[in-house]
Design a protein. Structure first.
Ligand code: GLN
Length: 204
């Protein structure tokens, strides 16, 4: 059975566990390198990316997580999790480290400069109607993506500029918003069915 880990050092990992639980996968908290070894996919929750990266260092998970991403396992990050999967972060604090993996530039707290939190309905490529209700909380947006990155959803700001808020790069998925907070688990289902299970079946 597919065993999906949820990085459980800080942030809203409990909500991700609830969202995954109805999807017929084994779900498990990941708090140290030993627990990471027992899962074949991972979710990185929303929270505070600077705190999560500091705590992963403290428990010896920073390098194992980088390797997990490099080795091609399926990983989904929401909000702070998106920042942690990004190769390049703007408005990071000094010394802030990421796990990396997605060739993109994200800006921390990008919407926060205009409005701290908001909700909107989004079209999400690969998920059919109705639209996804997206909750943004001091969220990052994506400023640019490399050619390996597919944009799955975007929002348009007050000046008419489009900003990607959901992206996929191979087995890595990231959203600026928090589907774990709405009770609609279609983004988690997309991750499990279209990424985790596809990967498991391609490995035989
Ligand atoms: N602003 C937070 C950060 O930089 C992310 C906020 C969130 O995950 N809701 O990590």
């Amino acid at each position: 059975m597919l065993r999906v880990g949820v990085l459980a050092l800080q942030g809203d990992f409990r909500e991700h566990i609830t969202s995954l639980t109805s999807l017929n996968v084994a779900v498990q908290k990941v708090r140290n390198p030993e627990e990471l070894k027992t899962v074949n996919a991972l979710v990185i929750p929303g929270g505070e990316s600077t705190t999560i990266s500091m705590l992963t260092k403290r428990v010896g998970l920073l390098e194992p997580l980088r390797k997990f991403v490099k080795d091609g396992f399926a990983v989904y990050g929401s909000c702070a999790g998106m920042i942690l999967l990004s190769d390049n972060v703007k408005d990071a604090i000094e010394g802030q480290e990421t796990f990396g993996g997605i060739d993109m530039v994200v800006r921390r707290n990008a919407f926060g400069r205009q409005v701290d939190s908001f909700e909107t309905d989004l079209k999400f490529k690969g998920i059919t109607d109705p639209a996804i209700r997206a909750v943004f909380i001091r969220a990052p947006w994506v400023e640019s993506v490399g050619s390996s990155v597919e944009v799955l959803a975007e929002v348009i700001d007050e000046s008419g500029t489009k900003h990607p808020v959901a992206v996929r790069s191979g087995n890595l998925l990231a959203t600026s918003f928090h589907p774990e907070l709405t009770g609609d688990n279609r983004v988690h289902k997309f991750f499990v069915e279209n990424i985790c299970r596809q990967l498991a079946s391609s490995k035989g």
